[in-house]
Design a protein around this ligand. Structure first.
Ligand code: ATP
Ligand code: MN
Length: 486
C-alpha cells in the first residue's frame, strides 16, 4: 500500500495575507492558546514567521478527543486541512483541521510560558524559551531585518566586508577591560626565571585576549580596498552592569579611505537614517506591536519619564530629520550654563573644559536641549584614543560621537591619525609598546592616506529600533557580569 505523500508545510505569514483560500494546507508551529467547548476547539498557532497566530478550528468529529487533550499551550503540532475565509472577527482566514499530529507535548503543570504578559525579568530567567513570547519573537525578527539592512547598506555602496580577528594579541585599546584567552593551567601556570607567568609558553606564544574592536585591522583593509566594514562580536570585561552595556556585543565598523571627519559624519547619519527607514518599511507589524507594548509600560511612569513621541514616530523622526552637529567645546558651554548644572542636579558637575561627558550630560543635550540626535565633534585629545587625528589647535582630535534619545552614545568614531610622526609621538606619550602596534604604524609608513571610520553598537541600535529599554532584552543570550547561562 502506498502512503500519500504528506503535504509540505506552509508558513503562517504566507497564509495570513488571505490571498489563497479554499486550498488544502499544512502548518506546523507552537500552540499559544486553546479555547472552545465540547463542540469545537479554537487553537491559536504561531510558527515564528510573523507575530500573528493562525486560528485552527478543530471539530471533534475530525480530531479525536485524545489528540485534543494533548494540545496545550506550548505544544508543537502539525495540522492539515482547508484554509477558509474566517467567520469570526479578528482574522481573515482560518484552518479547518482535518488531521492534527502532536509533534511535542508541553506539560501545562511545568511549562513556564503562559498566555499572559510575563515580566522581562522573568523572561530573562527562561531565555531558552523566551523567543516563543510575542515580544521576543518581534525583537528577533527586527534584529534579523537590521542585520540584513546593515549588509545591504554597505554592499550597495561597494564596501567590502572584512572579518577581523576575534582573538587578538594587541591590547592597544581598552587595556584592563579585556577577557584573556589562554590554554595555560590556571592552577599551575608556567613561570619564567623571575617567577612571572611566562606567556611565551601559552598557546599563541604571547598574551592574547578577545577583541574589543575590529577597527585597527579594518583600517588595514581600508588602506587596500578603499571602503570596508566589519560586523562582528566584541567583548568588554567592563563591570558596569548598566542597561546599555553587555560583555559580549556586536559592532559594525566601517572604515573609509580618503574620508575626513565631515564625510564620516555624513556616512554615519545616512546609515542610521537608512536603518530607521528600513525598519519602518519592512517590520511594520512587529514595530506596531512593540510600540503598543512600550506605551503600556510607560503608563505607570511619571510624565517627565514618558517619551514625547511613540516608537514609530521616533523612527520617523530619525529617518526624516537632520542630526544636530556641534563641537565638544560648544556642548560644554551649553552644559555649564544649563539649569541642572547650575542647580547641582548633575551627579558630575561640569566645571571646566576637558571634562569627560557622562551619560547624564549626553542625555540632557539630546533629550532636553536639542530634542533630536546630536553629533558631538572635536573632543579634547586627552580623553580620546591614540589613533584619533590631532586637530590644528593641538588640543582636540577629529572625533565624533552620535548621541541618541533614551540611549546616549550609539556611535563613536573619528578621522584617524594618518601622519606617521604624529602617531608615533602619540603612541609613546600614551605608553603603548611599539611592538604591539608596529603593523598598525606600518600603514602610515607605506602609502598612508587620510581615512576615517566609526563603530555602531548593534544592540544599542536594536534598543532604539524596538523601543526596549534594557540591552539584555535585545540579544538572544545576554552576557553580563555574573551571567552566562544558556
Ligand atoms: P560607552 O561610553 O557608552 O561605554 P564607548 O565610548 O566605550 O561607549 P566605543 O568604544 O566608542 O564606546 O564603542 C563604539 C560603540 O559600541 C559605542 O558607541 C556603543 O554603541 C557600543 N558599545 C560600547 N560598549 C558597549 C557595551 N559594553 N555593550 C554594548 N554596546 C557597546
Ligand atoms: Mn565604554
Amino acid at each position: 500500500m502506498c502512503k500519500v505523500a504528506e503535504s509540505k508545510r506552509t508558513k503562517i505569514k504566507a497564509l495570513l495575507t488571505g490571498e489563497q483560500v479554499d486550498v488544502n494546507v499544512r502548518v506546523k508551529g507552537w500552540v499559544r492558546t486553546k479555547r472552545g467547548n465540547k463542540n469545537v476547539s479554537f487553537i491559536a498557532l504561531n510558527d515564528g514567521s510573523c507575530l500573528a497566530n493562525l486560528q485552527i478550528v478543530a471539530d471533534p468529529n475530525n480530531i479525536s478527543e485524545d489528540i485534543l487533550k494533548r494540545i496545550t499551550t506550548g505544544a508543537c503540532i502539525s495540522a492539515e486541512g482547508q484554509l477558509v475565509a474566517s467567520q469570526g472577527a479578528g482574522q481573515k482566514v482560518e484552518l479547518n483541521a482535518e488531521t492534527i499530529e502532536v509533534l511535542g507535548e508541553a506539560d501545562p503543570e511545568t511549562y513556564p510560558l503562559q498566555p499572559k504578559r510575563h515580566s522581562l525579568e522573568f523572561l530573562r530567567e527562561i531565555a531558552h524559551l523566551r523567543p516563543r513570547s510575542n515580544t521576543f519573537g518581534a525583537i528577533m525578527r527586527v534584529r534579523h531585518a537590521m542585520i540584513f539592512a546593515v549588509h545591504k547598506f554597505f554592499h550597495d555602496k561597494g564596501f567590502v566586508n572584512v572579518h577581523t580577528p576575534i582573538i587578538t594579541g594587541s591590547d592597544a585599546e581598552g587595556a584592563g577591560e579585556m577577557f584573556r584567552v589562554t590554554t595555560m593551567d590556571l592552577a599551575n601556570p608556567p613561570k619564567d626565571e623571575e617567577g612571572n607567568i611566562d606567556f611565551k609558553q601559552d598557546f599563541f606564544g604571547k598574551e592574547t585576549n578577545l577583541t574589543v574592536s575590529g577597527q585597527l585591522e579594518a583600517e588595514l583593509g581600508a588602506m587596500a580596498l578603499g571602503e570596508v566594514y566589519t560586523f562582528g562580536p566584541t567583548f568588554r570585561a567592563e563591570n558596569s552592569n548598566t542597561t546599555r552595556h553587555l560583555a559580549e556585543f556586536w559592532m559594525i565598523e566601517p572604515e573609509v579611505a580618503f574620508a575626513d571627519l565631515e564625510d564620516n559624519m555624513d556616512l554615519a547619519e545616512e546609515f542610521l537614517k537608512f536603518l530607521a527607514k528600513y525598519a519602518l518599511d519592512n517590520c511594520r507589524e512587529d514595530l506596531e506591536f512593540l510600540k503598543e507594548r512600550a506605551l503600556q509600560e510607560e503608563k505607570n511612569l511619571p510624565a517627565d519619564k514618558k517619551n514625547e513621541l511613540n516608537l514609530i514616530e521616533r523612527l520617523e523622526f530619525v529617518a526624516n530629520n537632520d542630526f544636530q552637529r556641534l563641537t565638544y567645546t560648544e556642548a560644554i558651554d551649553i552644559l555649564k550654563n544649563s539649569k541642572p548644572n547650575k542647580k547641582g542636579r548633575f551627579q558630575y558637575k561640569i566645571e571646566e573644559w576637558g571634562a569627560d561627558l557622562q551619560s547624564e550630560h549626553e542625555r540632557f543635550l539630546v533629550e532636553k536641549h536639542f530634542k533630536k540626535p546630536v553629533i558631538l565633534t572635536d573632543y579634547p585629545a586627552k580623553i580620546k584614543a591614540f589613533y584619533m587625528r590631532l586637530n590644528e589647535d593641538e588640543k582636540t582630535v577629529a572625533a565624533m560621537d552620535i548621541l541618541f534619545p533614551g540611549i546616549g552614545e550609539i556611535v563613536g568614531g573619528s578621522q584617524r591619525e594618518e601622519r606617521y610622526e604624529v602617531l608615533v609621538e602619540k603612541v609613546k606619550a600614551m605608553g603603548i609598546p611599539e611592538e604591539h602596534v608596529w603593523w598598525y604604524l606600518d600603514t602610515r609608513k607605506f602609502g598612508t592616506a587620510p581615512h576615517a571610520g566609526f563603530g555602531l553598537g548593534f544592540e544599542r541600535l536594536i534598543l532604539f529600533v524596538t523601543g526596549m529599554t534594557n540591552i539584555r532584552d535585545v540579544i538572544p543570550f545576554p552576557r553580563t557580569p555574573g551571567t552566562a547561562e544558556f
